[in-house]
Design a protein around this ligand. Structure first.
Ligand code: HEC
Ligand code: HEC
Length: 460
């Protein structure tokens, strides 16, 4: 009996707490949850360093490993130099460090006409895929144009960028200037096939990728709707790629503008090799292999321990918190985002897999605003470049978390795979293909509604 009375009071107490919380809840609890974009790891920082925070609760040893990786992320590699920790740059490369393309762990900037291209690169291919699904390489050039070289080697070529400007007018009369890039290969060290396909890629932000790598396949695949069975005009297709770290075929792709990379280690070893000219045990051949100017092999330039530290560094970068979630205009903007159908691709919420091997990324509730799937985005954005299952008009929905701090961290708002958009409005106006309905809804919103939606994006 005493026990029962006791339980009765405990239950009453709990009910009253829940009731009190509901009463005092200052705003919708969904909004409140969403402050914590990356669960308990969320970085409470809205300044210039917002993308550079490690996960919470790493052990001292893990923190040291993260810092080691951070050091190498920021190190300038130099041409072969005995007994130097960051040696082996080139012979061909695009830049000398990770951070030069990913400043403050953020995104690259699109070049203006005549500017040296630093935080962007150009993939090359001939049409079709090889037996593993990689784009067919271009003889003498490989899969990426390296526009820089160490002394004694010739650059493969350069890229000239021009923009065609056009005017867009909203029904209410407001006009926006859009720019579409045109790229011309110049200074080529030897003639290139006229059939070459060029895919421009702006350096993506690198924070939060560890969470994306840890989302359960189930959470991603439940949004696949390749035949558009639900008839909403949005299909969503998974990319299945070759994982060259584990030598496995048909692994779910998650990383990069076309989700053509399965895991962080693949991305890191490929970046080292193709972007900086650094070989590792995973990608042991220099980019220049097969070219007339191939040098003697220089062996493996970065040991596994450092590759692992770099990989761990990326895996353990967190995501900044959302801001101003109580603001009425932002709450309205979020509703309009949903009503327009943006959230059908930029799906707000996912869960990470239970992973006893690495508890910090296990079983989290996160708000990345992406389905990690491929979508036809229409002709204006198409690059004609296929990678595995991704076609020339298909792109992976990019995560939007943290995107509202781009201006603060990186000093610009260049969005989309080639950085053509100079603000959120332009980014939305380029949406086509499966996103045409969403774009049209946005276009037909009133000026105040559009403003609210943009404010919401700025709060991410
Ligand atoms: C020359 C510029 C450049 C350099 C140098 C560079 N990257 Fe990147 N990085 C890119 C581009 C471009 C992408 C997008 C690639 C794509 O989508 O195909 C990217 C994508 C990534 C991504 C995936 C982000 C995402 O959300 O998809 C990670 C992680 C990354 N880089 C890490 C690194 C690391 C680590 C280094 C140094 C070893 C490095 N990068 C060096 C340009 C660069
Ligand atoms: C059919 C799926 C789909 C829908 C619907 C959609 N998007 Fe996107 N969104 C994408 C894809 C894919 C990209 C990348 C395109 C590219 O880079 O060429 C993108 C890019 C973006 C970017 C730039 C991200 C970056 O990192 O550069 C923003 C911002 C954005 N979308 C906002 C919106 C808003 C707002 C809406 C609704 C009005 C919307 N999107 C609707 C798929 C979609």
């Amino acid at each position: 009996m005493i026990k029962n009375i006791y339980s009765f009071f405990v239950v009453l107490f709990l009910i009253s707490i829940i009731y009190a919380c509901r009463q005092s809840k200052p705003f919708d609890s969904d909004e409140y949850n969403e402050v914590f974009t990356a669960d308990y790891h969320t970085a409470i920082d809205d300044g210039a360093g917002a993308y550079a925070h490690p996960l919470i609760g790493l052990s001292a040893r893990e923190e040291a490993f993260h810092d080691l990786g951070d050091g190498f992320f920021e190190t300038n590699f130099v041409p072969n130099q005995a007994n130097y920790h960051a040696s082996g740059l080139g012979p061909l490369y695009n830049n000398i460090s990770c951070v030069s393309c990913h400043p403050s762990d953020g995104r690259g900037k699109a070049p203006l006409p005549g500017e040296v291209i630093n935080s962007m690169l150009f993939k090359l291919a001939l049409s079709g895929l090889d037996s593993k699904g990689f784009p067919n390489k271009v003889p003498g050039f490989g899969g990426q144009l390296q526009d820089k070289a160490i002394i004694g080697s010739a650059i493969e070529g350069k890229v000239d960028v021009q923009y065609i400007e056009s005017n867009f007018q909203f029904p209410d009369g407001e006009t926006v200037k859009l720019r579409k890039p045109i790229y011309t290969l110049t200074n080529l060290y030897q003639p290139i096939s006229s059939q070459v396909i060029v895919s421009p890629r702006l350096a993506r932000p690198v924070y939060g990728v560890g969470f994306l790598e840890s989302i359960s396949e189930e959470s991603i695949l439940k949004n696949v709707d390749e035949m558009d069975v639900d008839g909403d005009g949005i299909s969503g297709k998974a990319n299945y790629v070759y994982d060259f770290v584990n030598n496995k075929e048909k692994v779910l792709g998650r990383i990069g503008w076309k989700a053509s990379v399965a895991n962080i280690k693949s991305q890191v070893t490929r970046a080292l090799n193709e972007d900086i000219g650094i070989t590792s045990s995973v990608v042991p051949d220099e980019q220049i292999k097969g070219q007339i100017q191939e040098p003697n092999s220089s062996g493996i330039e970065l040991p596994d321990s450092i590759v692992d530290a770099l990989t761990f560094y990326i895996r353990t970068l967190s995501v900044p918190a959302r801001r101003d979630v109580k603001n009425q205009q932002i709450i309205q903007g979020k509703k309009l985002f949903s009503i327009a159908g943006c959230a059908s691709c930029h799906t707000p919420n996912h869960q990470t897999e239970i992973n006893p091997a690495f508890k910090p990324l296990s079983g989290l509730n996160i708000f990345p605003y992406t389905d990690l799937l491929l979508h036809d985005m229409g002709l204006d954005l198409a690059d004609g470049f296929s990678e595995f299952e991704a076609k020339g008009n298909e792109w992976r929905t990019p995560p939007l978390w943290g995107i509202g701090l781009t201006q603060k961290v990186n000093g610009h708002n260049n969005f989309l795979h080639d950085g053509r958009a100079r603000n959120f409005t332009e980014a939305i106006l380029w949406h086509g293909g499966e996103a045409i309905k969403a774009k049209t809804k946005f276009v037909n919103y009133t000026k105040n509604e559009r403003l609210a939606l943009i404010k919401f994006l700025e709060s991410l």
